[in-house]
Write a protein that binds this ligand. Structure first.
Ligand code: UD1
Length: 312
């Protein structure tokens, strides 16, 4: 069995590659342009994993990587809400045109199913929590709109072109290998770096905004389940933990877990920011067998251990 993971050298992609190895997938191609991914994320994984450097905007390169694959996991993207506001053109090009290429190539190559990494940002601000798949999407940023367009394409490729697809709306994934190296990095990777360097983190806004932080191994396990579930082609599912924590609570909890005491600084709220995010996980549990194993605290402990070893 062959699987292709676009964005396979990234933080979530490389965790998925590890999960697929543990599930016995024979051959895995990590297709990545190394823009935000790193070859070292795949170090030591052995000869069942091949890193192919390429860009999803290059259709021929995508076809060459996908040829002969049973499953495609499409995770490659330019992430970040604020980056998509500051530089909307590259994120549009990669997240929409690149995704279209991946679906088109997967169909041309006769792939069994594509699992697409959609985003919880598609919901925007909803009056009710948790957020359920049946709610009207209300994107508040280019990134959210782009990820939503990817879902629409996924379902249209299923209904019009006979390609099996499943979209999973990832909810603020965190864990080992999330890169804290950019101003656009995920907040928990930046919090981890603060704990290790002793430099105060900056919280944008009042810190009362909340997120359903989801541990990366739970997401990887769900992605693999989504590749095999019956009767789900063309559908969209939440990929979350089902809880939510404010940033203030999160920083408090991290200080308690690690024994580090550091006062956070506060800056202006971020444009395009969603206030609260929490997944209703009912549908994913029912139809995909979603079964998250990691509490937020356990995920934070594991993540901190990894950063302590790799950043120290
Ligand atoms: C959004 C999506 C998420 C997606 C991600 C991709 C939502 C609810 N979530 O994440 O599913 O995977 O885009 O990039 O839309 N913050 C700080 N200080 C910092 C950095 C961030 O306070 O140094 C705050 C942000 O303002 C935000 C929260 O932390 O309120 C989380 O930010 P971030 O980690 O960037 O993710 P989202 O934008 O929530």
């Amino acid at each position: 069995m062959k699987a292709v993971v676009t964005g396979g050298a990234g933080f979530i992609g490389s965790a998925l590659v590890r999960h697929l190895l543990s599930e016995g997938v024979d051959s895995i191609v990590a297709f990545d342009n190394l823009n935000s991914g790193h070859a070292k994320n795949l170090d030591g994984l052995g000869d069942r994993v091949q890193l192919v450097e390429g860009d999803i905007r290059d259709y021929d390169a995508v076809v060459a990587a996908i040829a002969g694959a049973d499953f495609v996991f499409h995770l490659a993207a330019i992430p970040s809400v604020p980056r998509s506001i500051k530089e909307p053109i590259p994120s549009h090009d990669v997240n929409i045109n690149g995704s279209f290429n991946v679906f088109r190539a997967a169909q041309a190559c006769g792939v069994k199913r594509v699992v697409y990494a959609a985003s919880s940002s598609a919901y925007g601000d909803t009056e009710v929590l948790p957020k359920v798949e049946t709610m009207q999407a209300n994107p508040r940023s280019p990134y959210a709109a782009q990820k939503l367009m990817g879902e629409y394409y996924a379902s249209v490729f299923s209904s019009c072109f006979g390609l099996e697809t499943v979209s999973l709306r990832f909810f603020n994934v965190f864990g080992p290998r999330q890169d804290p190296g950019s101003a656009y990095s995920g907040v928990l990777s930046l919090f981890m770096k603060s704990l290790i360097t002793g430099q105060a983190p900056t919280i944008f806004g009042d810190g009362g905004q909340s997120r359903d932080f989801t541990y990366v191994e739970d997401v990887a396990a769900l992605v693999w389940k989504a590749a095999r579930a019956e009767g789900v082609s063309g559908k969209v599912f939440n990929a979350g933990n089902g809880n939510r924590y404010t940033l203030n609570q999160t920083w408090e909890l991290l200080q308690k877990i690690t024994g580090v005491s550091l006062e956070a600084q506060y800056g202006p709220a971020r444009e395009g920011d969603v206030r609260d995010s929490q997944a209703d996980t009912t549908l994913a549990k029912l139809e995909l067998g979603h079964d998250p194993k990691f509490t937020f605290e356990e995920g934070l402990r594991r993540t901190f251990d990894w950063y302590r070893q790799s950043l120290a």
